[in-house]
Write a protein that binds this ligand. Structure first.
Ligand code: ADP
Ligand code: MG
Length: 284
C-alpha cells in the first residue's frame, strides 16, 4: 500500500478540534479534494482511545448517506502517535459560520432554508437512529451525541453534512454511558436528571439547533451558570421563535423540545411532518 505522503498533497488548515486539526488535502491520483482530520492520540487516555476507534468504525458504517460526511480511509503513524482520517471536504464551512454571518448582518435565514436544513439533518439522523440498514439487516443504533452548529458542515451546493462523530456511540455500548460530554446549552432534561442518553436526546439537540438557526442564539442562552441553565431546561418553558417564522415551524421545534423524551417526534415523524408541513396534529 502507498503511504499517505505519496497519496495526498497537504493543503491549508481549515479547522481545529479538541485533539488536532482538520486540513484540506488533494488526492494526487485524481486531484480529488478531501478533508483530513489529524489526531494526536499520544495524550489520550484509554477511554478517549476507545472512543476514537469507535468514531472511525461508525463513519465506516455510515458510508452512503448524502447528508453524512463521507469517510474514505485512514492512516496510522505509530511512531508519532498520529491518526489521519480522510473524508469528504465540505467547502461551505459549518452552521456556526452561517449563524455568525446572520448575526453580523442582522438578516434572518429564510424559513424555507430552515426547513431544508431540518429535513437534511433529519435524513442523516434517520440513518443513524434506524435499526436496519438499507438492505433490511439489523444494525446498531448510532447516537450522535454532539449535534450542534459546529458539527454540521455545508458542501459547495449548500447541502448539509452531519459530521464529527467523535462523541458518538453505537447503542449497545451506550446504555451504560450516563455522563454527558456535549454542549451544555443543548443538554436535554433527561441528561440533566442523570438518565442515559438515547435517540430522543439527539432529537432534543436538533430542536435546539433549529431554534438557534432561527433566533441566532440557543434556547435558554440567558443562563449564566450551569446550575441556572439546568433550572431553565428542567422548567420546560420553551421560548417562541422570533416573529417572521411560521407557527408550524415553531410547533415542530417545540415538539422536539418536549420534556418527556417519549413525546418528542422520531426522525420518521419529523420527515413526515416536513413533507406535509401541516400535520402538527399527528404530534399532539
Ligand atoms: P472536533 O471533534 O475536534 O470538534 P470536528 O470534526 O468537529 O472536530 O472538526 C472541527 C471543525 O473543522 C469543524 O467545526 C469544521 O468547521 C471543520 N471541519 C471538520 N471536518 C470538515 C470537513 N470534512 N470539511 C470541511 N470542514 C471540516
Ligand atoms: Mg466538532
Amino acid at each position: 500500500a502507498r503511504s499517505m505522503e505519496e497519496s495526498y498533497e497537504a493543503g491549508d488548515v481549515i479547522g481545529t478540534g479538541s485533539f488536532g486539526i482538520i486540513r484540506k488535502v488533494v488526492r494526487k491520483a485524481d486531484g480529488q479534494v478531501m478533508a483530513r482530520k489529524e489526531l494526536n492520540y499520544g495524550r489520550m487516555d484509554e477511554r478517549d482511545l476507545k472512543q476514537l476507534t469507535e468514531e472511525v468504525n461508525i463513519l465506516e458504517q455510515l458510508g452512503s448517506n448524502d447528508n453524512i460526511v463521507r469517510y474514505y480511509e485512514r492512516f496510522v503513524d505509530k511512531p508519532n502517535n498520529m491518526l489521519y482520517i480522510l473524508m469528504e471536504y465540505c467547502s461551505g464551512g459549518d452552521l456556526a459560520g452561517v449563524i455568525q454571518r446572520c448575526r453580523k448582518t442582522g438578516c434572518m435565514l429564510p424559513e424555507d432554508v430552515v426547513w431544508a436544513y431540518l429535513t437534511q439533518i433529519t435524513l442523516a439522523l434517520h440513518d443513524c437512529h434506524s435499526e436496519t440498514d438499507a438492505k433490511g439487516a439489523r444494525k446498531p443504533v448510532i447516537l450522535h451525541r454532539d449535534i450542534k452548529p459546529e458539527n454540521v458542515f455545508l458542501d459547495e451546493n449548500n447541502n448539509l453534512k452531519l459530521g464529527d462523530f467523535g462523541l458518538s456511540k453505537a447503542m449497545e455500548q451506550a446504555a451504560m454511558t450516563q455522563t454527558y460530554v456535549g454542549t451544555p446549552y443543548y443538554m436535554s432534561p433527561e441528561l440533566i436528571n442523570g438518565q442515559p442518553y438515547d435517540v430522543k436526546s439527539d432529537i432534543w439537540a436538533l430542536g435546539c439547533l433549529i431554534y438557534e438557526l432561527c433566533a441566532g442564539h440557543p434556547p435558554f442562552h440567558e443562563a449564566r451558570t450551569q446550575p441556572e441553565l439546568a433550572v431553565l431546561i428542567r422548567e420546560g418553558k420553551i421560548p417562541d421563535l422570533p416573529k417572521p417564522y411560521g407557527n408550524h415551524l415553531g410547533a415542530v421545534v417545540k415538539a422536539m423540545l418536549r420534556q418527556n423524551p417519549k413525546h418528542r417526534p422520531n426522525t420518521a415523524q419529523i420527515q413526515a411532518l416536513d413533507s406535509v408541513r401541516l400535520q402538527v396534529r399527528v404530534l399532539e
